[in-house]
Design a protein around this ligand. Structure first.
Ligand code: GLY
Length: 383
């Protein structure tokens, strides 16, 4: 355990080596996943093999830029800032077609525009971040106290839907309040977090993915399994969004209930962590097929490390130890350090019932790298 920082430094050295050529090869793209030859796709030009939501507004389009900013803060190599700003410039165009944007503007603009502003003082980054924060605040349903997740597509009426993932997006609102001096953004973030605390976290510490509220009265209607196995299950990436999201809400507000919530979900995750450290798509999925989600694993690890920042010395090691176990399992058994694949982290699953399992996902690499920087105490505060 005491060697975890040395281990993280060694692993970061491998990340630096790999990102040097991967970044150059993909400098004009915004990737999501790799094809059968291991080449990254491009979500920013419509050429992706993926048929659903593959445009510029795709929710993960902030993570490639985010990786570049993580590498920049470490190496101070201007090349990484240049590549990150390719993403930022492209994402500015999303505001022209804002019907395609939804609550995931936090995931899109925090690791890109806002990171740029925080690291370099670039006023363009601040402008984009504030614009995105206004869009996010505009999705708030005051009677239900929640931020609406998605937009209506087809027949499904999701006007009253909120999802646990949004716990990450609301960091954009905390930032906007601090930056502008206007408390409204932070107030919305807290009200949303309070609603999630009351309606998503079960007494045993597990979390549901989607909750539907009546958008006229605000009353809770029902919950859905969403990207997990089914109603009453616990989608691991969603557990991660709750652990990390509540820990971040505590960091941004100092409200103790949020830290307690993060710890409760973390304890549930740690109790269900397989001996191998390899994380399934859903902690309550059947034994077969044994679908994994390394991306959920990396998000949970980041959340555990964030909790460790805010607890007394006596408690820290438990959270750091669990995070290191997860990250070592990825680095040893689910990482590609060679030149055959642009992505590092392997065996990710978008959802339990998706047709695509054990693929690469750019945000798995993002959270893996962010977790390593957290371990060595060098990360910038994106969330
Ligand atoms: N935010 C959607 C996902 O984690 O897949």
């Amino acid at each position: 355990m005491e060697n975890y920082q040395a281990w993280a430094q060694e692993t970061l050295e491998k990340v630096r080596e790999k990102m040097e050529w991967v970044s150059e090869k993909n400098r004009d793209r915004i990737p999501y996943t790799t094809d059968a030859q291991g080449n990254y796709d491009d979500r920013s030009d419509g050429s992706s093999q993926w048929t659903v939501d593959n445009g510029l507004n795709w929710w993960t389009n902030g993570f490639w830029g985010g990786i570049m900013w993580l590498m920049y803060q470490d190496t101070k190599d201007e090349r990484y800032a240049e590549i990150a700003r390719v993403s930022e410039k492209k994402l500015e165009k999303c505001f022209d077609d804002f019907y395609g944007l939804h609550h995931d503007v936090g995931f899109m603009y925090l690791p890109t525009a806002v990171a740029d502003y925080k690291l370099t003082g670039n006023e363009d980054g601040k402008r984009l971040g504030m614009h995105a924060a206004n869009l996010l605040a505009g999705r708030f349903n005051p009677v239900g106290g929640f931020i609406r997740a998605w937009n209506r597509t087809g027949e499904d009426d999701n006007t009253g839907w909120a999802i646990v993932d949004c716990m990450m997006n609301i960091s954009l609102l905390y930032w906007a309040s601090e930056e502008s001096g206007d408390p409204r953004f932070g107030q919305i973030a807290r009200m949303h977090a309070d609603t999630v605390l009351e309606n998503f976290i079960r007494p045993d510490g597990s979390v549901c993915h989607i909750v539907e509220f009546n958008p006229e009265t605000g009353s809770m209607v029902k919950s859905y399994g969403g990207q997990g196995y089914g109603e009453g299950s616990s989608w691991t990436r969603g557990q991660g969004w709750a652990v990390y999201g509540f820990a971040n809400s505590y960091k941004n507000t100092g409200k103790k209930e949020y830290l307690d919530a993060a710890k409760r979900v973390a304890h549930y995750c740690m109790a269900n962590l397989p001996e191998s450290g390899i994380i399934p798509v859903d902690f309550r999925q059947p034994a077969e097929p044994a679908w994994e989600d390394s991306c959920g694993a990396c998000v949970i690890a980041c959340g555990l490390l964030e909790i460790a920042e805010h607890v007394p010395e006596l408690e820290k090691n438990m959270y750091i130890g669990a995070a290191v176990k997860i990250l070592k399992a990825i680095a040893r058994n689910r990482a590609d350090w060679g030149e055959d694949c642009d992505a590092i982290v392997q065996n990710c699953s978008a959802a339990y019932h998706s047709n695509y399992h054990h693929i690469t996902m750019v945000y798995a690499d993002y959270f893996f790298i962010e977790a390593l920087y957290k371990l060595v105490g060098e990360g910038i505060s994106i969330w």
